[in-house]
Design a protein around this ligand. Sequence first.
Ligand SMILES: [Zn+2]
Ligand SMILES: [Zn+2]
Length: 384
Amino acid sequence: MTGRRAAADTVRAAVLVAPRRLVVRDLPRPATAPDTGLVRVEACGLCGTDHEQFTGELFGGRACIPGHEAVGIVEEIGAVAARRLGVREGDRVVVEVFQSCRTCPACRSGDARRCERHGLADMYGFRPLDDPPGLWGGYATHLVLAPDACVLQVPSGLDPATATLCNPLGAGLRWAVRVPEAVGARLDGAVVVVLGPGVRGLAALVGTRRAGAGFVAVTGVGPRDAHRLALASRLGADLVIDVTGTDPVRAVRDATGGGADVVVDVTAKAPGALAQAVALARPGGTVVLAGTRGDDAVPGFHPDHVVVKELRIVGALGVDATDYAEALAMLAEGRSGYETIPHTTAGLDEAAGLLARMAGDAAVPAVAGSGGDTDVPVHGVIVP
Ligand SMILES: [Zn+2]
Ligand SMILES: [Zn+2]
């Protein structure tokens, strides 16, 4: 832990000034007030939202420090903030993406995403740099804990890069287990199909396995997903399907004798996935649409199929503290195998290259830590 007196008066950050323009800058180190704190970032996980923010699909129009999956050490903390967050200097924490006023009806019901004072408007990783003190993102050596920030303690022994996996794992636990169970689906002994083999799809796989699913299949598309499907097999999938060469409905029927009790669609930019999910579900089954599609096209989707099969279709948006906490405990326990998912790391100067590669840009050279492979990394981590 760096003492307050030894601290430099500047911090470093990668600032997204325009789409695909990530510039590393020295910025003034903010003073800590009684109700704020400063976290020294050790690792910041990347997800699909980071790629979309980088390429411009989600760029807000004002410069910001991206990074909403930060893990780090509490370097400074005011007395009020320390009491409210239950942390001390030197503690390793996950900084949640949403802030919470803790008093509005949404916050009191545990849904900070719909906080009346914060909500989606000022998420970590998106709030503009010119909104003081500016250090709102994890692509930086330091990140500010605002008065309404939320953090979780990282269990001792869990390294920071692995701890960043609590974001996708928490999402998988919520989307594939808590959400379907909340609408009455039973996972014990169930046939589950997960559409999409990214880190969230793999989390859905380990989550449903842990919840007692009897059979889990994971689908992917083409060579780009080949190494992810291999990873799914290693993490316990009973069947992996490349849908470019195999009809998933037939493959699941051949393997199980019927359709899926629960289908979890975690695909992005795959408009045909909803029709496929509906086709895969058994009569009376449940389809979870998880994460935003970014598209209103639904080719091949017939509402009548939902009616005839009497399906339950349910949406799932984000993650909450319960899921993060369970995910951190699971990662620390180290029994699901999820903690072994390989990550590709990059420093602040290499962040743009890693993001471009994860966004699927062609002809982008591999970055440090990639081991020289040309596959799109499964899990990217910025290590400032
Ligand atoms: Zn994310
Ligand atoms: Zn609130």
